[in-house]
Design a protein around this ligand. Structure first.
Ligand code: GLP
Length: 252
């Protein structure tokens, strides 16, 4: 597990993008798992900047989004798919046919999930999965639970998660109650994982994830077992690594 500390949000963008571009040199086609949310935004900005400057090429990249609101059309302006298109996909040269989304607005969510897993397998598996971390230490939409989920599935969203998504909707009651997410097992099968965190809100989830025991009540804690994990955090969020939690300290 490698910890990279960025000076600020912009630097997190630079360091995250640099890491992704280096990984992208290792395979063609290169299968990249994307996360939405605020944290990866500066990383996508930097990738777009590199592309516009002629310093990055994405023509060999295929993408899979890690999560989505359940039952929402991916063309909906509040969907994660739309955010990712606007922030990144529509601004670089990833072929249209190789941008995979979690569409569950028609048909059974279960078959949408099975098809998504099949597509990931057919692509040969994910080379690099980008992740953020929720305030309750969720990854994707994998909420605290009694067991780690194995595959892509529909999940009930925690109230805390719904509140965190509130700004996308007119009222809290409009925030969907369910999400669709790659399972913890799907995420763990990625050959490399890049976890991004920014801001003081993420100190506590990072402490619980990396200084506490591996426990499905703290979904991100499973990442302690991933053989190729890189964590890029701003200085502020990095305070988790100098703290002690349950008598344990960061020791990687
Ligand atoms: C959201 C998403 C996650 C995201 C996380 C953190 O609810 N389901 O994919 O990584 O919560 O979001 P943010 O980066 O905005 O803090």
């Amino acid at each position: 597990m490698e910890l990279i500390i960025a000076d600020n949000r912009k630097d997190l963008g630079r360091k995250g993008a640099e890491f992704i571009l280096d990984e992208m040199k290792k395979a063609s086609p290169f299968i990249l798992g994307l996360a939405a949310g605020n944290t990866p935004v500066p990383v996508y900005e930097e990738l777009v900047k590199k592309y516009e400057a002629g310093e990055a090429d994405f023509s060999h990249v295929e993408t899979f989004n890690v999560d989505e609101f359940a039952g929402m059309r991916t063309s909906d302006e509040r969907s994660f798919a739309t955010q990712l298109r606007q922030q990144f996909l529509d601004r670089v040269n990833i072929p249209f046919a190789r941008r995979n989304t979690l569409e569950s607005s028609s048909g059974s969510p279960r078959s949408a999930c099975e098809q998504y897993e099949a597509k990931i397998r057919a692509a040969g598996g994910i080379h690099l999965q980008i992740l953020g971390i929720g305030k309750n230490a969720h990854i994707g939409f994998n909420e605290p639970s009694n067991a780690f989920s194995r595959r892509t599935q529909r999940v009930r969203l925690d109230e805390r998660t719904r509140k965190a998504s509130r700004s996308l909707f007119p009222a809290l009651s409009d925030v969907p109650g369910y999400g669709i997410t790659m399972g913890v097992g799907t995420i763990m099968r990625a050959r490399a994982i890049l976890l991004l965190a920014n801001g003081p809100d993420k100190i506590n989830p990072l402490k619980r994830a990396f200084l506490g025991p591996v426990n499905p009540r703290v979904p991100a804690s499973i990442l302690q077992f991933h053989p190729n994990l890189t964590v890029v955090v701003t200085k502020e969020a990095a305070r988790f690594a100098s703290a002690s939690y349950g008598g344990k300290r960061w020791q990687h």
